[in-house]
Design a protein around this ligand. Structure first.
Ligand code: ZN
Length: 110
C-alpha cells in the first residue's frame, strides 16, 4: 500500500491514515504509553463536545479530525488495525441486526 501523506492527493483509507499517524507520532506514542494516550483521547473528545455546542463549522471539523487522529494513535498503541476491526464489525451494517439501515427495535437501540 502506498504511503499517504502531504504529497499524496489520493483519498485516504483508514489503514493509510492509521499508518500516517504511526509514522508521524509513533515514537512519542510509545514513550507516552497507552494510559497517557487515552487521557489525551478523552481530552480531545471533550474539545469536540465543546465545539459541537458552540464552535464554528471549522472548529468542529478540526476537532473531529483530532478525535480520529487520537483514536488512531490509541489503536496503534493497542496494536489494533482499525480498518480490519471496522470491516469485521460493520461490514454487514448494524452489528446486531446485520441490516443497513438498522432494523433493531427502537426501544432497545434508539
Ligand atoms: Zn440493528
Amino acid at each position: 500500500m502506498a504511503a499517504w501523506g502531504p504529497s499524496c492527493k489520493m483519498p485516504v483509507s483508514i489503514s493509510q491514515f492509521q499508518d500516517l499517524i504511526r509514522r508521524t507520532f509513533g515514537a512519542k506514542d510509545s514513550r507516552r504509553g497507552i494510559d497517557g494516550t487515552f487521557l489525551w483521547f478523552v481530552e480531545e473528545v471533550g474539545e469536540l463536545a465543546a465545539a459541537l455546542r458552540g464552535g464554528s463549522r471549522a472548529q468542529q471539523s478540526e476537532e473531529f479530525a483530532d478525535v480520529l487522529a487520537w483514536l488512531a494513535t490509541l489503536a496503534n498503541s493497542a496494536g489494533v488495525d482499525l480498518e480490519s476491526a471496522i470491516e469485521r464489525k460493520y461490514r454487514d451494517g448494524c452489528p446486531t441486526c446485520h441490516q443497513a439501515p438498522c432494523q433493531c427495535d427502537p426501544a432497545v437501540k434508539p
